[in-house]
Design a protein around this ligand. Sequence first.
Ligand SMILES: *Cc1c(COP(=O)(O)O)cnc(C)c1O
Length: 430
Amino acid sequence: MSPSPSPRLSRSYLQTVCAHSGCDVNASHSRDVVAPIHLATTYERSAPNPLQHPPTSMDPTIAPRGTDGGVCGYPGGYCYSRLANPTRNALERVLTDLDDGLASQAYASGMAAASAILSALAPGDHVIFGVDLYAGVKGVRGMLCDARNVKWDAANAASKEDIVRKIQPSTKLVWVESVGNPMCSVADVRGIRDAIQTLGMASPPLIVVDATWASQFVSRPLLHGADIVLHSLTKYIAGHSDCLGGALIRTRTSTPALDKMWTMACNACTIAGSALDPFTCYMVMRGIRSLWCRIKVQCANAMEVATWLSKHPRVSCVRYPGLSNDPGHVTLLQNGVSDSQDDDPDALFGGMLSFEVEGGAEAALRCLEACKLCVRATSLGGTETLLEHRRSVEAFAGHSDTPEGLVRMSVGLESVQDIINDLDQALNSI
Ligand SMILES: *Cc1c(COP(=O)(O)O)cnc(C)c1O
């Protein structure tokens, strides 16, 4: 698809890609304007050739994706739906385009995508994780790192110095969130890439960026030097709090370490079997059609809510990278849609923010209880505003450094005045 004359990577290019998500009339005989859902699990094979045997030398852990130990002879290009499916491929093409990558792989959830990468590490490998990290990733880190003797350190993703200080010869991955959960810290992906390059390592660690909070319109990890970007499709991309999915997108630049990691991560989908089902692929493509419009309104609403909250007497701290005094403000501009845009008037900073209520956990919980419009629920990126007291949610994992009074907010598409009025009456009722 080459949808528009707009320059690639500009917001207008992405806007047009979104509007045509899954729309490839040449891909179907009936010239469907909307991608059909291909439910077949299996596809007809051409007449068998008895002399065709799978090559015995192929290492199953790094066999090319889409193959199954050398199965071939499928004239339609598809063999079995777990390996590849036309609806999933249509979604993967859109995701590749939106992040300007080389290829993408869609998984049954964001966590399946995260697991695909971490399970490719070997005992003795070392990983650096950003401190601000999705609780689910911390959980799977216990399963796939701690339990398998994969070592890790935590570092401040906003500080390339802190990251580089913790790199060891065995460091295989640096894993950061472009906008971090729940403190809204902003990773300096570009700075981390440059700092790693100056180390001159023969096999430098790969940079994996979880861009779920930001979406493709707010941070551009591959453009700024990441090797792999991860999205939970469940959040902004599908956008309606009604389906689970995840994706990995890889950069065009090729290194032996990246190619090996990519193949193994894809095999976790196609061979180990965590592929996203065709109906959900369709739902996600449908969501992407309005992604630009949703993100634009959510970012504008979040900016207004953050500005309003920062003046409220019951609020001690607001974290939102759109505020010009936020520590991540300039970094996010530098890691955004185009290369140099420190004064970009159209820059977007996302729909996620967090704020601290004066009076700690008890006051924060009372505030949430008093909300009538904003919904108390986990997750993010839907059309409805969601609020969550993170400390109570993270309690299940034992230790939490999240401030007691912190409320995480996914700003929705409601009238911003309605959102503010609801917060105002709730804060004033404490
Ligand atoms: C939700 C989320 C995930 C996990 O995605 P699921 O689709 O819920 O498995 C990973 N990273 C971040 C930042 C998330 O918000």
